[in-house]
Design a protein around this ligand. Sequence first.
Ligand code: SF4
Length: 107
Amino acid sequence: MTFTYNFTPSDTKAYIRENWRRMTDARMAADMGMTEGQVKRIRQEMKLFKKDTGQRSDTLCWRCRNAKGNGCRWFRFHMPIKGWKAALRCVDGNESYRVRECPEFVG
Ligand code: SF4
């Protein structure tokens, strides 16, 4: 069964304002029956800019040897590391971090 919710322009802006930090443009677009480009344009007109691209390569962890096996507690238990410089971000609707500096980094 297909369900379509018709968002009015004010509903659209309210939905974007409420969800833009934790959801991708594509996800919001799918929820509202719009294209990703439409959502992106409206979001940018509202001055809601995503500084973080949400790409995996953005985080230091993808270049760290502690991100395997019995690695760090972030890798094993999803617990932040003391001394981190990391930014909270949203990846596919899930809370994550973009690690910029880490005292336990192993290159
Ligand atoms: S040690 Fe630091 S940089 Fe390496 S995977 Fe763990 S959190 Fe990421």
